[in-house]
Every structure is written in structure tokens, then in C-alpha cells.
Design a protein around this ligand. Structure first.
Ligand code: F3S
Length: 395
């Protein structure tokens, strides 16, 4: 891979050990994927944050790396959800030892220049690339969203690669950074109207079919941004989709060359309903309803507040989101409405990367196909998959 003089100096350790290690990783990744050069990025989003997934070894590695100097890469950089609500872990009963270590991980990232904005929907709270920007994002649902809905350009980075890109301010130029690698290869004609959890079911079906390919959707009705984030999360979890196009909706659909796609598929109401049923693993009523996968927007919180206003919820209810979105919900009175009904807005973390299996829960109700896909394998718990209105039971 071609390196500039400055990049060579970074590789030689002239800018310190942390930058040298980061460059080593970027050059290795560039060699593996056949990149010809590094490209400057405007934004990074770093995964590998939860103590549940990176453990003691990850904590030690990050604290060690954070001892070194970093430059000023001038890149907006945010973190994926950690495994606890960083400020209110005691209130929600997150394990103490876990939460203390989790805070140390986030502190180490902050020393490495990554903001403590912990969310998988950073595009809702200030980490918002522009169309055509080269970026290095790691969270798979966020990658699907920025590539598809915004039209920025990123590969599905691993956590260490995204961190190295954040520190250096550059990433290897290959894959989805090139226009010619962003063409559709499966046309999906959806023959029914979709709402709510249907979008996750659609994403789950197509992710399984297309793997790492690029689907092109033709829908009967126009989704909103919340539907698009739900769809992308599901596509990226049952498959490894990093980019999709949607006719008349996403910015690159006109240049996606759907006429050259190798394959076509029709999706019916029966397909959607069958998948919704299959994502549920039990008939038992959930003891925890967990919404916000990907992290909830203000509109999604408002919707829940409207549903529960003046009532008492039977099950426990968490809505996972970022600190910034919760601050807006606080001001709008949604948080109070939800708390009065017995629910909570939980910040930073989510139902998959938190140690919910150690917190006494057995059955989790979700409206996210990604969460339904991961909770049984990552938490060992049962799931109910449905629309919010059907999940929440009242006293
Ligand atoms: Fe986000 Fe956790 Fe879902 S990281 S996309 S809320 S599994």
C-alpha cells in the first residue's frame, strides 16, 4: 500500500507508540483487503466497548494503549454501547464490579480521543457524516444506516480497525469506499404494506438470503427513518449487509443499477408473518420489555409515552438510548410519563451487550429482529418478538 512520508513516519514511531500501533493495524488491514492507499475520514464509530464482550484482556489492552500520546486527527469519533448505564447503573441493578470495569473501558477510550457519546445511533446525536464522506464505522446497524440512508462510505470495520482509524484520521481505501462496489445484486419486491416489527422481519429474511450482498428494495409504502434503522439492523445481523438501496427513498437508488442485479425475489405477507412468529422462542409473557435496538429516537420514546400514559405496566420496561436523546425526552416530559407507568429510559447500554442474564430476567420482549436474533445466543434467554403495542401489558 502506498504511504505518504508522514504516514511512513507514523509507522516508524516518530509520532509515538500509540500512533505506530494504529498505523501498523491499518497497513495490515489495507494489505489484507488490497487497498492501494489510506483515505482521510471525517468520522469514526468504535465498537468493542462492552466488558461483556471484550473482558479483562480488552480492558488491559485499552488502558495500556491509552498511556501513549495521540495526535489530533480532527475526526468526530463516538463509541458503541457499553454493558451498563454509565451513570445510573446502581439504580437499574447492574452488577457493581462489571459497571466499575465498564467505566474504566470508556475512560480509556476517552483518553484515546473517542467521545463518551455511547450509542449505536450516533447519527441521531451529532456524529452525522455527509453524503459521500469517507468514514470508518464499526457498529453493523449504524454502518447499514450511514451507507444506505445517508450515503456516506464505510466498510464494516472491526472495533480495533475503527479505533486505529479514529486515532490516525484515515482508513484503508477499499470495498464500499468505491462507487463501483455499491451496486445492487438482489432486487426485493415487497408485495404487502409494512409497519412496526414487519421491517425487522423483512431485514431478517433478506439478510439471510443476501449475506454480504447489496439488496435493492421496492416497497408498497414509505418507511420513516426509524423503520429504516430497524430494517438495516436486521439485515446486518442475519446477514452481513453493509449497504442497501430503496427505490424513491435512499440517496443512491438511481445509480444502484438494479437492472444488472443477479437475482430477484418477491416477499409476501405470509413470509413476513412466518418470520415474525419464528423470531419468538416462547409463549411465556416477558418479564422485561426492552426497546431501543438500535438505540431509540425521540419519536420512538414519544410513541411509548403515548401508549403508557396514565396506566401501570405489568412487566418491567426499558427503553435504551443515548444520554442526549434521553435529555430531550426529559425536557418533553416523556421520561416522567414512562416512569410514572413503571418503565425506565436506560442510557448508553442495550439488552444485548448488558449482562441481563445475570440480573434475574428470563424472557425478553423486543420489537427488534436484531435483538431477537442475538438475545438467545449472547444472553441465553428466551425472546418474544412483536410490536410495542402488543408487548406491553398493563395491570
Ligand atoms: Fe444497538 Fe445493542 Fe441493538 S448495540 S443495534 S441496541 S444490539
Amino acid at each position: 500500500m502506498y504511504l505518504t512520508r508522514e504516514e511512513e513516519a507514523m509507522c516508524n514511531g516518530e509520532y509515538g507508540e500509540t500512533i505506530r500501533k494504529s498505523m501498523d493495524l491499518l497497513v495490515a488491514l489495507g494489505d489484507i483487503y488490497g487497498a492501494s492507499e489510506l483515505v482521510k475520514i471525517t468520522s469514526a464509530q468504535v465498537s468493542g466497548v462492552s466488558y461483556k464482550t471484550i473482558g479483562e484482556a480488552g480492558l488491559e489492552y485499552l488502558e495500556d494503549l491509552a498511556k501513549g500520546d495521540i495526535g489530533d486527527a480532527n475526526t468526530i469519533s463516538t463509541l458503541n454501547p457499553p454493558g451498563t448505564d454509565l451513570d445510573n447503573w446502581k439504580k437499574f441493578g447492574f452488577p457493581e464490579d462489571f459497571s466499575i470495569k465498564q467505566n474504566r473501558i470508556v475512560d480509556a477510550y476517552a483518553k484515546l480521543g473517542v467521545s463518551k457519546t455511547c450509542t449505536c445511533t450516533p447519527y441521531l446525536v451529532g456524529n452525522v457524516p455527509r453524503f459521500g464522506d469517507h468514514i470508518a464505522w464499526a457498529e453493523s446497524s449504524a454502518v447499514a444506516y450511514v451507507n444506505s440512508v445517508i450515503g456516506a462510505r464505510t466498510n464494516r470495520e472491526g472495533g480495533p480497525g475503527a479505533l486505529a482509524a479514529s486515532i490516525v484520521g484515515k482508513t484503508p481505501m477499499y470495498g464500499f469506499h468505491f462507487e463501483e462496489n455499491r451496486k445492487a445484486n438482489l432486487v426485493v419486491n415487497v408485495e404487502c404494506e409494512l409497519s412496526g416489527a414487519d421491517f425487522g422481519a423483512l431485514g431478517y429474511i433478506i439478510g439471510q438470503k443476501v449475506g454480504g450482498g447489496i439488496p435493492y428494495f421496492i416497497l408498497q409504502n414509505t418507511p420513516d427513518n426509524n423503520d429504516l434503522k430497524t430494517l438495516g439492523a436486521a439485515l446486518a445481523s442475519s446477514g452481513s449487509v453493509a449497504l442497501y438501496h430503496m427505490e424513491n427513498v435512499t440517496p443512491e437508488y438511481k445509480v444502484a443499477e438494479k437492472e444488472n442485479a443477479e437475482d430477484k425475489i418477491a416477499i409476501t405477507r405470509e413470509d413476513i408473518d412466518e418470520t415474525r412468529t419464528n423470531l419468538t422462542t416462547t409463549d411465556v409473557t416477558p418479564d422485561l420489555i426492552c426497546l431501543g435496538c438500535p438505540h431509540a429516537s425521540l419519536e420512538e420514546i414519544k410513541k411509548v409515552a403515548n401508549i403508557v400514559e396514565g396506566k401501570k405496566i405489568q412487566n418491567k420496561l426499558w427503553i435504551c438510548t443515548s444520554v442526549a436523546v434521553k435529555a430531550s425526552a426529559d425536557r418533553m416530559g416523556y421520561t416522567t410519563t414512562i416512569e410514572n407507568a413503571g418503565g425506565n429510559i436506560v442510557c448508553d447500554t442495550c439488552m444485548v451487550v448488558a449482562p441481563i442474564e445475570d440480573m434475574g430476567f428470563k424472557v425478553i420482549g423486543v420489537n427488534s429482529a436484531k435483538a431477537a436474533n442475538y438475545i438467545p445466543s449472547m444472553c441465553g434467554l428466551e425472546v418474544r418478538y412483536d410490536d410495542v403495542e402488543n408487548l406491553i401489558q398493563f395491570q
